[in-house]
Design a protein around this ligand. Sequence first.
Ligand code: FEO
Length: 404
Amino acid sequence: MKTVEIKPDIYWVGAIDWAVRDFHGYVTPNGTTYNNYLIKDEEITLVDTVKYDFKRVTTENIKSICDPSEIRNLVINHIEPDHASGIARIMNLAPDATIYITKKGKAGIDRHFDTSDWNVKIVKTGDTLKTGKYTLTFLETPMLHWPDSMMTYIKEAKLLISQDAFGQHLATSSRFDDEFVECASHSELDHAVVEYYANILMPFGPLIKRKIEEVQNLGLEIDMIAPDHGVIWRKEVDKILQTYMDLANGKADLSVSIIYDTMWHSTELMTLPLMQGIRDEGVECNVVKLRATPMSAAITRFWKSRGSLIGSPTLNNILYPSVAEFLTHLRGLRPKNRIIGAFGSYGWGGGAVKEAYEEFKKMKLETVEPGIQVNFKPSVEDEDKCYEFARDFAKKVKEYHSTF
Ligand code: FEO
C-alpha cells in the first residue's frame, strides 16, 4: 500500500496487517493496521514507528518520500511494541534524530533498547516542537492506555495524532472513515470502535472523559483524528468524540446478554427459558456460548448490553474454567454501570453460582441475587423458575437502564 498524504506534507507511512488474528489474546478477525505518520517539513519528523515485523514496509514508504537519514525528529506517542518495536530500525537509519517521548516512555524504551547513543528529549503536556510550518504540541494521556501514552496535536493542520485512542482493529484498503465502504451502514466500523474500546480502553472510562473535556476546554481546533490503528477520522470527527464520551459514560443497549458454558447441556438448557423471560419483558436478548466464542467477542457482547446473565456448571465445586477465565478477564477491565446475575447447574454439590456472585462483588457491579441453580437437568418446574427469574432480571435491567 503506497503512502497517503493526509494533510499537506503529512503522510501515512504505516502498514496493513491483513493476517493477524490473535493480537495478544484479542481476536482480530479483520486484521489491523499500524499507522505512523511522516511530516515532510523543514525538519522531517516521524510520528511513531510500527510493529517490528513490518519495518521494511514502513521503511520503503518513508523512502518514497525522503531519505530516511534526513529524519530529524522521531515522536514516540506510545511504547507498546505494536508501535515502538521499530524504533531501533529508524534510529539505525537516522542516528542523529532526536526522540521526543514522555518520561515513562523513556524508562520503557531503556528496557527494550540500548539507548545510550540516542538523542532523547523528554516532553510533557504543552511542550512544543516547531518543525517549520508545523508546530507539534504534546499532550500526555497517562493510562490511556499505558503510563507512557501521549498524543501529538498539530495546530496548523488541525490534526490530532491520537495513538491507540479512537482506533479500530480493521485491516482495510481505506485510510479514511468516509472511504470505508465494506458496509454501507458503517455498522462494521461502528462495531470495530466498540470492540476496541471494550477490550482495551474499558478500564479508563473516567480518564477518557476527563481528557476529552480537557481537549475541548483547550479549544483545540481538530478536523482530523489519526489513530495508530484502523481508519483516520476526517468526516465523523464529532461523532467519534461523542461515541467515546458515550462509551466512557457507560452507555449500553437496553438488552441482556446470556454468556455461558456447559458440560452436558444442563446449563445450556436453562438459557432457553431465561431468554424467553427476557424477551417477554420486551428486552432484546443475545446468547453467547464461551469456548464457541472468542473471549474478546464475548467481552464486547457483555459491554454492549446493560445487563448480563452468566451461566456456569459446577466443576469440582467451583466455576467451570472457561467461565472463570471470562470473569477474570472481565474483572481486569473494571466494567461499570452494568447489572449482572448468575445461573448454573450442578450434580452432587453446587458452588459455581456462589463463586460467580463473589466475582461480581469484586467488580462492584449491581447484582440481582441469588441467581438460580438446578440439580442435574432442569425440570419443567426449574424451567418455570428460570423464566420468572429472567423476567425479574429484565425488569431490574429496565429500571437500572432508565437511570442513564
Ligand atoms: Fe496499539 Fe497500546 O498499542
